[in-house]
Design a protein around this ligand. Structure first.
Ligand SMILES: Nc1ncnc2c1ncn2[C@@H]1O[C@H](COP(=O)(O)OP(=O)(O)O)[C@@H](O)[C@H]1O
Ligand SMILES: [Mg+2]
Length: 178
């Protein structure tokens, strides 16, 4: 039981740092004996979810597919690290219920900081009216109210954010060593 996988679900606005932190966190868990798989929203949209847009229903379907993959990985001794905006609380609640062993990690970077980072230039386009359904600008983001872990990327660099998550997982009793 102690060696069973569990899902780390990173949620946050675009450019909050989900992908960056997931990539820092994965090797730290691998060093500790775990098999880790990154499930990145953008990457999955190029394959499994390439048919989906950005409306509410499409985002829910996207989250449901990622949930399914995370579930089958977690029950096979893998730690899936999900990096997905997942703007709807109901989708995250569903993921928690379906996966069971589930840690919600809120990458809580404020909108103005995300907008300054604007990794893919999408905030700029949204402000210019060139794209619709941009989370944080003209599409909703429902922040987690009771995440297990909350990461402040204004205060912590990516590597330190990953170390902080490990420390919190230990504190919460999750097996970070396999
Ligand atoms: N403490 C931090 N944690 C994560 N990313 C940070 C941090 N500080 C600055 N950044 C930068 O913010 C950007 C986050 O982008 P990304 O990880 O792609 O966001 P997301 O996947 O949430 O859309 C990267 O350019 C990253 O280098
Ligand atoms: Mg990303």
């Amino acid at each position: 039981m102690a060696n069973r996988g569990f899902c780390l679900w990173l949620t946050g606005l675009p450019s909050a740092g989900k992908t960056t932190i997931a990539r820092e966190l994965a090797p730290l868990l691998r060093e500790r004996g775990w098999n880790v798989e990154l499930l990145d929203g953008d990457e999955i949209r190029q394959g499994l979810s390439s048919d989906l847009g950005f409306g509410r229903k499409a985002r829910e379907t996207h989250a449901a597919r990622v949930t399914y993959v995370a579930k089958v990985l977690a029950r096979n001794d893998v730690i899936p690290i999900v990096a997905l905006i997942s703007p709807y609380a109901s989708s995250r609640a569903r993921a928690r219920q379906d996966i069971g062993r589930f840690v919600e990690i809120y990458i809580s970077t404020p909108l103005d900081v995300c907008e300054q980072r604007d990794v893919k230039g999408l905030y700029k386009k949204a402000r210019a009216g060139e794209i619709k359904e941009m989370t944080g600008v003209n599409d909703p983001y429902e922040p987690p109210t009771t995440p297990e872990i909350r990461v402040d990327t204004v205060r912590l660099a990516p590597r330190d954010s990953a170390r902080y998550i490990l420390k919190e997982l230990d504190r919460l009793g999750w097996p970070t060593h396999r």
